[in-house]
Design a protein around this ligand. Structure first.
Ligand code: NDP
Length: 449
């Protein structure tokens, strides 16, 4: 880590000593502290009040056993997590991830990032994240339901509409949110907006499903426009084929781009004619199948095993929308060599630090996740507002608010970068703008939190 400010370098060393064996968490903290050096140089009051030292330590980390019974009658045990990272500006808010790679490091990195992202939306939401190492792949609906019910039986003790409001993430969509919400209601006997990402029939928000992918493209569009460019006529590559990737594909296409490749964890498909999104939606949203099916159904497409090769597909714009550290230095070099002009992150921390550095050194426009994928949580915030108001807004109303929020996030990140001497660096700008609001709230609220 190249942390210029001496005080922040010491904060990072303490985090390293206190969190051994947590590489993802250290990566996320290091990247933020690196950006905050010019803030620490100017703000001795924040150092004196220990804001930097406090912001890197979660307020609370809950770990629990999740036991459930599979279809064959066997007892299965997984580990559940919820990190309640920072509540300075609102109730903890952040998704739940179900994936075998989930561990304390992954949950803490996601929770830490979430604090700054939520701050950037300007909505009153603190940062949290949770999940389990449960693998939903290949499980029956009954198994998914029993797992989700067992998970919520413990989680409900720690959450609530004014305390902590979880949502979806990898492996958690409307089906899982429904099972969890049902269990929360059964135990608490209350109907509140305790989860977001709900189905429309019981309090979900229109446009929440589309929000992260749409928001990503709204942000990328702002970034492109500021450089005198646009999506029009551009070739786009999108990794992943889940919730974020599908709606990024839809909006990128609507803005005039042509998406030529998408992936899942088994490989990627290339379709020079442009990805047919109805086919992807049928395979992924309806059948819960594998992406190789696309190449079997669409004659112009080819399937390639392994997901990292997707970055060798020539494109103007790359949208990594699968998972953390999926785009490394080799991927970045391949993109730059093929003339890529912009990268906007849909997934959380999908680019490794050396890949980000390479993009910036080669003048590729780069949109960091905590700014560019904030549309999902922003719309979750709008879902919370609608639940509190006991009313619902139209798709167009929500989409318009989302669009406005993404434009504002771009403007805030760009302005903070300029003010702190790193114009054009949206990584630094997003970290600084997100941090300052939380820091101010922490100052007002005294030292204990
Ligand atoms: P989904 O579960 O809907 O889709 C995830 C996609 O990424 C799938 O195509 C999956 O492939 C692929 N993927 C997951 N893990 C890996 C891996 N280890 N290697 C390669 N591919 C992988 O999740 P989302 O679309 O909701 O989330 C994608 C990313 O966006 C995550 O980083 C998430 O944190 C972030 N995000 C999501 C938001 C949301 O609103 N949903 C909001 C903000 C950020 P396979 O099916 O083969 O596993």
């Amino acid at each position: 880590m190249k942390i210029a400010n001496e005080y922040l370098a010491k904060v990072y060393a303490d985090v390293e000593a206190r969190n051994p064996g947590e590489p993802e968490f250290l990566q996320a903290v290091g990247e933020v502290l690196e950006s905050l050096s010019p803030v620490a140089d100017r703000r001795p009051d924040l150092i004196k009040a220990g804001v930097f030292d406090r912001i890197v330590e979660p307020e609370r980390m809950i770990t629990f056993r999740v036991s459930w019974v599979d279809d064959a009658g066997n007892v299965r045990v997984n580990r559940g997590y919820r990190v309640q990272f920072n509540s300075a500006i609102g109730p903890y808010k952040g998704g739940l991830r179900l994936h075998p790679s989930v561990n304390a490091s992954v949950i803490k990195f996601l929770g830490f990032e979430q604090c700054f992202k939520n701050s950037l939306t300007t909505l009153p939401m603190g940062g949290g994240k949770g999940g389990s190492d449960f693998d939903p792949k290949g499980k029956s609906d009954g198994e998914i339901m029993r797992f989700c019910q067992s998970f919520m039986t413990e989680l409900e003790k720690h959450i609530g509409q004014f305390t902590d409001v979880p949502a979806g993430d990898i492996g958690v969509g409307a089906r899982e949110i429904g099972f969890m919400y049902g269990q929360y209601k059964r135990i608490r006997n209350e109907v509140t907006g305790v989860l977001t990402g709900k189905s429309i029939s019981y309090g979900g928000s229109l446009a929440r499903k589309e929000a992260t992918g749409y928001g990503l493209c709204y942000f990328a569009d702002e970034m492109l426009r500021a450089a005198g460019k646009s999506f029009e006529g551009k070739t786009v590559v999108i990794s992943g084929s889940g919730n974020v990737a599908i709606y990024a594909c839809e909006k990128a296409t609507a803005l005039g781009g042509k998406v030529v490749a998408m992936s899942d964890s088994s490989g990627y498909v290339v379709d020079p004619d442009g990805i047919k999104l109805d086919v992807i939606k049928q395979i992924k949203e309806v059948e819960r199948g594998r992406i190789v099916e696309y190449a079997k159904r669409v004659p112009t497409a080819s399937f390639h095993e392994g997901c990292r090769g997707i970055w060798t597909v020539p494109c103007d714009i790359a949208l990594p929308c699968a998972t953390q550290n999926e785009l490394d230095l080799d991927g970045a070099k391949a993109l730059v060599a093929n003339g890529c002009i912009a990268v906007a992150e849909g997934a959380n921390m999908p680019s490794t630090p050396d890949a980000v550095e390479y993009f910036q050194a080669n003048k590729v426009l780069f949109a960091p996740a905590k700014a560019s994928n904030a549309g999902g949580v922003a719309t979750s915030g709008l879902e919370m507002s609608q639940n509190s108001l006991r009313m619902s807004w139209s798709f167009e109303e929500v989409d318009e608010k989302l669009h406005g929020i993404m434009k504002n996030i771009y403007a805030a990140a760009a302005a903070a970068a300029k003010e702190y001497g790193c114009e054009g660096n949206l990584v630094a700008g997003a970290n600084i703008a997100g941090f300052l609001k939380i820091a101010d709230a922490m100052l007002w609220q005294g030292i204990a939190y």
